[in-house]
Design a protein around this ligand. Structure first.
Ligand code: ADP
Ligand code: MG
Length: 458
C-alpha cells in the first residue's frame, strides 16, 4: 500500500470513491451545495489536503463533514490519519479520472444573498417529534405550510422558539426554510443568525448604507433570526432590529426567532423589545426525555445504515442526557470507530469509545449546588435553606430547592430533610407536593423552577 500512496492516479481514484460515498450518505442536495466544490490538493505523510473555494465553505465542511471524510479516506487508504480543509484554487493538481462526473461550475456562495446556507439534514422529515418539542414542531410546521395570500399566512407573529443548546431550534428553522423553498418557492425566506444580522448591520453603518440593509428585508415573506440572545446589549443593533421587526410585523410578514431563554428572561434586551417578542407564540423546547432520545437514536442509526444493537441505543439514550448534539456525536464516534476497526458494535466497545462523553454526562447535581443556585435566584441567604424561618419569602424558595433535590438527585426524602436543617421527611414530601401543585397554576413559579433545573443540569 505504501508505494501506491504517492501515485496520483491511485489517490485520485480513492478520492473519487470517497466522493461517491459522501454523495450516497449525505444526498444530492448536500453534495451539490457543499461537497462538490472540494478539490483534492494532495496526500502526503498521512495527511489529505482538500481545498474549497471560500472560507465559509471551509468552516462549514470542517464543522460538519470532516470527521466523516477522514473515516472514508482511512477506509480507502489506511495511511490517511488526518484531513485538512483549506481555502484554495479549485483546480486539482492532476486531472480527475474520466469516470467522475464533469466538474460543474463552482457554486460560489452569493455574497449578496443575505440568507445563511441551510443544513440539508435539518428537514422536518429528519426531525423526531416527542413530548418535549411537540409544540415547537407543530408551530414550525404551521409557519412552513402557510400560503401566501391565505388567511392563515401569519398564524402568530413572531414565533418565538426557545430552549437550551442542541435541542433542535436551528434544525426547526432550517426545516421551515427547506419546506418553503421546495413547496412554495415564491415565498421569500431569509434565515440568518443574530450574529450575522449584527455583522451586516454594523457593516452597513460603516459604509453609510443602512438603506440597502433595510431594503434586503423589504420583500421577505418569512424572516428567521437564530440565537437572538447574541443581540442583547448591542444598543444600535437592537434598535435596528426593533425597527426592522416592527416594519415587518406591520406588513404582515412572518418572523421566527430563536433564543436560549424566554423573551422575559432575555437579559440586556430592552423592555419594549422583550415584550414585543412575546406577542406571538412562545414555544419552549424542553430538555429531552428518554423516549425522545431513543427515538432520535433509532432514526439516526437507521438513516446511516449502521447496525447498532438495540441494547446499545438504549444505553446511550439512558446515559447521554445533555442534548441531541452530543447524542449524535456519540453515534458518529461509534460509526467512525466501527469503520476503522471493522468490528461490529457492542455495548463494551461503545462504552470504551465513549468513556469521556459518558463521564461528562455523569456529572451529578448535588444538594449543595441546588441550595446555592436557588438562594441566588431568589436573592435570599444560603443559610435560609437550613434555617427555621417560615416567612413565605424564604419558605417558598426552600420548598423549590427541596423539590429540585428530589428531582435531580438520587437522595431519599429523609436524606433531603437532613440537608435542609434537619427537617422531617414529611416536610420534604409536603414541599414537593406544594411545588407540584403550584407549577400547574403559577406560571412564574413554573418558569423559575424550569430555569433553575436547566441551569443546574446544563
Ligand atoms: P440548537 O439550535 O437548539 O442548539 P440544533 O438545531 O443545532 O440545536 O440541534 C443540534 C443537533 O441535534 C442537530 O444536528 C439536529 O439535527 C439534532 N436534533 C435536535 N433535535 C432533534 C430532533 N428532535 N430530531 C432529530 N434531530 C434533532
Ligand atoms: Mg442553534
Amino acid at each position: 500500500m505504501a508505494e501506491s500512496l504517492g501515485r496520483v492516479d491511485d489517490v485520485q481514484s480513492q478520492w473519487a470513491r470517497v466522493r461517491a460515498r459522501l454523495r450516497n450518505e449525505f444526498g444530492d442536495a448536500a453534495y451539490r451545495s457543499w461537497l462538490r466544490n472540494m478539490t483534492l490538493q494532495g496526500v502526503d505523510a498521512g495527511r489529505v489536503r482538500i481545498a474549497v473555494p471560500t472560507r465559509f465553505l471551509r468552516d462549514w465542511v470542517a464543522a460538519h463533514y470532516v470527521d466523516r471524510i477522514r473515516a472514508l479516506w482511512n477506509n480507502e487508504n489506511g495511511h490517511v490519519a488526518a484531513v485538512e480543509i483549506l481555502v484554495g484554487p479549485s483546480s486539482a493538481p492532476a486531472a480527475e479520472p474520466a469516470e467522475l462526473p464533469p466538474r460543474d461550475t463552482v457554486e460560489a456562495v452569493d455574497e449578496k444573498d443575505i440568507s445563511a446556507p441551510l443544513d440539508p439534514r435539518f428537514t422536518f422529515e429528519n426531525f423526531v417529534v416527542g413530548k418535549p418539542n411537540e409544540l415547537a414542531h407543530a408551530a414550525a410546521r404551521r409557519v412552513a405550510e402557510a400560503q401566501v395570500g391565505d388567511a392563515r399566512t401569519v398564524p402568530f407573529n413572531p414565533l418565538f422558539l426557545y430552549g437550551g443548546v442542541g435541542l433542535g431550534k436551528t434544525h426547526l428553522m432550517h426545516a421551515i426554510a427547506w419546506h418553503i423553498r421546495t413547496h412554495d418557492p415564491k415565498r421569500k425566506v431569509i434565515y440568518l443568525s443574530a450574529e450575522k444580522f449584527m455583522y451586516q448591520f454594523i457593516r452597513a453603518l460603516r459604509f453609510k448604507d443602512t438603506m440597502a440593509f433595510k431594503e434586503q428585508f423589504r420583500s421577505v415573506d418569512v424572516l428567521m433570526i437564530d440565537d437572538v440572545h447574541f443581540i442583547s446589549g448591542k444598543d444600535t443593533t437592537q434598535e435596528e432590529f426593533f425597527h426592522t421587526f416592527n416594519a415587518l410585523v406591520d406588513q404582515n410578514r412572518q418572523i421566527v426567532i430563536s433564543a436560549d431563554k424566554s423573551p422575559t428572561d432575555l437579559e440586556g434586551m430592552e423592555e419594549r423589545m422583550r415584550s414585543r417578542l412575546g406577542w406571538g407564540l412562545v414555544a419552549d423546547i424542553h430538555p429531552t426525555t428518554y423516549e425522545l432520545r431513543l427515538g432520535i437514536l433509532q432514526a439516526k442509526a437507521e438513516r446511516s445504515k449502521l447496525a447498532v444493537p438495540p441494547k446499545v441505543l438504549e444505553f446511550l439514550a439512558h446515559r447521554i442526557t445533555s442534548n441531541v448534539r452530543e447524542l449524535e456525536g456519540a453515534l458518529t464516534r461509534i460509526y467512525a470507530h466501527t469503520q476503522l476497526v471493522g468490528r461490529e458494535v457492542t455495548l463494551e466497545s461503545s462504552q470504551e469509545v465513549l468513556h469521556d462523553l459518558l463521564r461528562a454526562n455523569d456529572r451529578r447535581v448535588t444538594i449543595d449546588e441546588i441550595q446555592k443556585r436557588v438562594a441566588e435566584h431568589y436573592n435570599i441567604r444560603l443559610a435560609d435553606m437550613h434555617s427555621a424561618r417560615r416567612a413565605r419569602a424564604v419558605a417558598r424558595p426552600r420548598q423549590v430547592a427541596m423539590y429540585l433535590a428530589k428531582q435531580l438527585t438520587p437522595r431519599s426524602l429523609p436524606e433531603i430533610g437532613r440537608r435542609f436543617g434537619g427537617r422531617d421527611h414529611t416536610t420534604v414530601m409536603h414541599a414537593i407536593r406544594k411545588i407540584e401543585e403550584l407549577r400547574a397554576i403559577d406560571a412564574q413559579l413554573n418558569d423559575d423552577v424550569e430555569l433553575l433545573r436547566r441551569m443546574l443540569q446544563g
